[in-house]
Design a binder for this molecule. Structure first.
Ligand code: ZN
Length: 396
């Protein structure tokens, strides 16, 4: 069944499904976890389970389970009157095929749905545009509230819309579901949300997704139940990648599994070509810094980091990659090779690690910090990178 499609964190999943099956699901749930850990996927699955027409699960114990999925009038309902009749140990599930499940699933590609909503707003008249907030809604009873661009914060008008809507009974499902995909709330928005959480209607569930629960007001946290999606083991991610990303070979899968820090969603959407390109340049820089590459190669690499937004992104990718490589060098120096993330080039890194010591790595990390500060002061990127390398060169 569809909940079995959710990968990882089996205990958390089981607890949520049990609560749902027993009719003890809390009115507000914080789903915490890293980017790509499956928070949104899980929230949508729970919304499906709450509204599935095939699998009846009562929200509360005294909820009347015969409203939906009831046997036809006159039929003896003697055996298993409804699949949702909750016994202890029973797990809620959903079919994934009924109209409610299918419509809720249309919201699964959050990025695409948000882009559509933003484009629709762009096409409005200016006065309307200012008053329009971004929502994703593919089912009348399931509302997804993403951070509103350009500030990428949850705004008070978004929460007001929830308040105007939440006290009306569900239209086509059994449960109204509200999914806030970020915990970056504007102050007034957070205070408004708090009011809803103080008195939520019994037929509504609010999900708050966050990479950092500390970002939410303590008063919001205390009114919600928190579940954390933990990191998956790289070996487990690798195993799932072998059938989810068959286009990658085993070396690439091992690399991405290590880079994704335990978040399968991150692994699946990993931009491998961009990463490899950034890493090739990072390696040129490190080789030069160790006196193992000639300067023409270095200048060719650093020269490509020009001004502009695209250059900025490229530069950020380069810096992140450099930090990762330095970390790998530390792991190799410490004799913990199994922790190396860039496993596909472990041989080359091992050779490099022989030429560095901890003070060198430390100087390099400090140097990267200086490059980052230089970026904020708009120093020329290529010059910052050249001086980063020069400061690390032997006999510099
Ligand atoms: Zn269904």
């Amino acid at each position: 069944m569809p909940f079995s499609d959710f990968i990882g964190n089996p205990e958390t999943l089981q607890r949520l499904r049990e609560m749902l099956a027993r009719g003890h699901f809390p009115p507000a749930v914080i789903l915490a976890g890293a980017e790509g850990s499956g928070k949104y996927t899980l929230a949508l699955m729970l919304a499906q389970a709450m509204n599935c027409l095939e699998r009846r699960v009562p929200k509360t114990q005294n909820d009347e389970p015969s409203l939906f999925g009831a046997p036809p009038f006159g039929e003896e309902g003697g055996d298993a009157p409804s699949e949702g009749t909750s016994k202890s140990g029973e797990l809620a599930d959903f079919c994934g095929r009924c109209p409610n499940c299918r419509r809720i699933a249309l919201a699964a590609d959050l990025e695409a749905r948000c882009t559509e909503a933003v484009e629709a707003r762009e096409n409005l008249r200016e006065t309307d545009r200012k008053e329009t907030r971004i929502f994703v809604q593919t089912h009348p009873d399931v509302l997804v509230i993403p951070p509103d661009p350009p500030q990428m914060m949850i705004k008070v008008d978004q929460v007001r819309h929830v308040i105007q809507n939440i006290y009306f009974r569900p239209a086509e499902g059994r449960e109204k579901v509200y999914i806030f995909t970020s915990s970056a709330f504007m102050k007034e928005a957070a205070n408004s949300l708090l009011k809803v959480l103080e008195e939520p209607p019994e037929f509504a569930t609010i999900f708050l997704l966050t990479t950092n629960p500390g970002e939410l007001l303590p008063t919001i946290r205390s009114r919600a139940m928190t579940f954390t999606l933990g990191a998956l083991d790289p070996a487990e991610i690798e195993r799932h990648l072998s059938h989810l990303r068959p286009d990658w070979d085993s070396r690439q899968r091992a690399l991405v599994a290590r880079l994704s820090e335990g978040a399968l969603g991150r692994a699946l959407s990993w931009d491998l070509p961009s990463y490899i390109a950034a890493r090739a340049q990072a390696l040129v820089l490190l080789r030069s810094a160790l006196g193992k590459a000639d300067h023409s190669e270095l200048f060719k690499a650093t020269e490509s980091f020009r001004a502009g937004a695209e250059g900025r992104e490229k530069m950020d990718a380069l810096l992140r990659t450099l930090y990762l490589l330095l970390e790998d060098l530390v792991f190799l120096r410490m004799g913990t090779e199994q922790l190396v993330r860039n496993s596909d080039i472990a041989g080359e890194l091992k050779k490099m690690a022989e030429d560095v010591d901890f003070p060198w790595v430390e100087r390099a990390a400090v140097g990267l910090g200086e490059v980052e500060r230089g970026l904020r002061r708009n120093l020329l990127r290529s010059l910052s990178l050249d001086s980063f390398v020069a400061a690390l060169e032997p006999f510099a």
